[in-house]
Design a protein around this ligand. Structure first.
Ligand code: 5AD
Ligand code: SF4
Length: 462
């Protein structure tokens, strides 16, 4: 596998500088997962490198770029709606450049639709198009044609891309790209291509820089971090990588997502137990509690395997919490299958669940499976699952009241004077506090709970 490295396109920067009287402004909006958000941060880095300023709203932008998500139909519809609304901006400012990139544009049907029905869109590029972006922008500014790139399978890893991170204390760090698993409901392997791991050296370098810059929480990203290392020259697995990173001195915590249960190992759990830098929270998407459905989903594990991992982690990592993704209403999911999911949720007692009603994705295997249940059946099941989860999470949250723990103060609370902090186990606590404390660790006493969040008081800023 070939790595490429970013270099600034000076010529494009010159064209852009000459096209405007003052530095142009770019509005970049990313939809979807953290991987996409991180891609968006790199796109912003490239644009700043080219001479753009960044703005938080599209009104006064000279360039609007939507970095899209394709994982569910609802996400795609939202993007089409948002793109449609840009027509008015283009009318008001004919010099405005509108671009669409990311996972949606890896699908031919989407490119075709944007080409035919959204004539005010100037650029359509795929997930690996950020290195071409400067030239494409320059060409368009010099009166070139609209660019509607045909999707190609992403196949490289690009290093050295400048980045404009959204936060000064929490960072996303991709360790691998793509996915080889082909879960039957999922579009990701089709749009993000085959698994490619970054080298340990490149990851370590970025990680060390982040720690030196004072980042307090670094989240390692990959569609399946547990299969990190496949295809690398020197063999290394995800647990080895974690051990390598934890040698970097500093005051920081590491999170990671997403772990596929079929590849999660005891070695990984032992590493989480042994390394104080790693948060005691395990996001382990189960998708369904029915062995029959797991097979239909092509998940390559059964319930017994999943529960064994949960038990092992509970035994080795005191206080560990679990979260999960669950799909409700996969084609042919019966009441009995769904009941098995509820049973599993009761058994594991997740702290958090990310729940999704199955969304049919053209091109995936599940899209052609018979699906006799109605949307109403599925929303009813979803309501039952959410009610159960609320009960479980509230109970667990309440059981922490009275404890004092270190939390990372990560943002504003519900109203002025309140801050949200995140516990090692990924729960949120709300405390009275000042905005300048955001980004710091604090010792917080948990004094109460409200549904699935804790409320507390500052004991000490750390
Ligand atoms: N429909 C519903 N949910 C989906 N996910 C992925 N594909 C689909 C789909 N077609 C969910 C899975 C995955 C999460 C990121 O999104 O639960 O873990
Ligand atoms: Fe999609 Fe499955 Fe890959 Fe996750 S592991 S990205 S759900 S195919």
């Amino acid at each position: 596998m070939k790595n490429t490295s970013y270099s600034k396109n000076q010529q494009a920067a010159q064209v852009i500088a000459q096209a405007y009287d003052s530095p142009p402004l770019a509005y970049v909006h990313s939809f979807g997962c953290q991987q996409n958000v991180n891609d968006g941060e790199k796109i912003k880095g490239i644009l700043v490198d080219l001479g753009y300023g960044l703005c938080d709203t599209p009104e006064h932008a000279d360039l609007i770029l939507f970095n899209t998500c394709a994982v569910r139909e609802h996400a795609e519809q939202r993007v089409f709606g948002n793109v449609g609304a840009l027509k008015a901006y283009k009318k008001a400012n004919p010099k405005l450049i509108i671009g669409v990139c990311g996972c949606m544009t890896q699908q031919e049907t989407v490119v075709e639709k944007l080409k035919m029905s959204y004539p005010f869109v100037d650029l359509v590029i795929g997930v690996d198009g950020m290195d071409r972006l400067p030239q494409l922008l320059a060409d368009r500014l010099m009166g070139g044609k609209r660019v509607m790139e045909k999707p190609v399978e992403p196949a490289t890893v690009m290093e050295g891309v400048p980045i404009r991170r959204d936060s000064s204390f929490r960072a996303w760090l991709p360790i691998m790209y793509g996915c080889d698993n082909f879960c039957t409901y999922c579009i990701v392997p089709y749009v993000r291509g085959r698994e490619r791991s970054r080298t340990p050296a490149a990851i370590l370098e970025e990680f060390t820089q982040l720690v030196e810059q004072g980042y307090k929480e670094i989240t390692l990203l990959g569609q399946n971090v547990n299969s990190y290392g496949k295809g690398l020259e020197e063999p290394m697995d995800f647990a080895d990588l974690l051990n390598l990173l934890c040698q970097v001195p500093g005051d920081y915590q590491i999170r990671f997502m997403t772990s596929h249960p079929k590849d999660a190992s005891h070695k990984l759990i032992d590493t989480m137990a042994a390394q104080p830098h790693i948060c005691k929270h395990f996001h382990l998407p189960v998708q369904s509690g029915s062995d029959r459905i797991l097979k239909e989903m092509n998940r390559h594990y059964d319930l017994a395997h999943y529960l064994e991992l949960v038990d092992y982690a509970r035994e080795k990592i005191p206080g560990v919490t679990f979260s999960s993704d669950i799909i409700v209403g996969f084609p042919g999911e019966t009441e009995e299958d769904f009941q098995a999911t509820l049973d599993l949720v009761e058994k594991v007692e997740y702290m958090q669940l990310f729940t999704f009603i199955y969304s049919k994705r053209t091109g995936t295997k599940a899209a052609s499976m018979p699906d006799p249940y109605t949307h109403k059946d599925k929303t009813e099941r979803m309501a039952r699952l959410l009610a159960l989860q609320d009960k479980i999470a509230s109970r667990q949250v309440a059981s922490l009241v009275g404890q004092t723990q270190r939390v990372l103060l990560e943002g504003h609370g519900r109203f002025e004077g309140l801050l949200n902090g995140r516990l090692d186990n990924n729960l949120v606590v709300e405390i009275p506090g000042r905005p300048e404390w955001i980004g710091r660790y604090a010792r917080v006493k948990f004094t109460g709970s409200r549904a699935t969040i804790l409320t507390g008081e500052l004991e000490e800023l750390l």
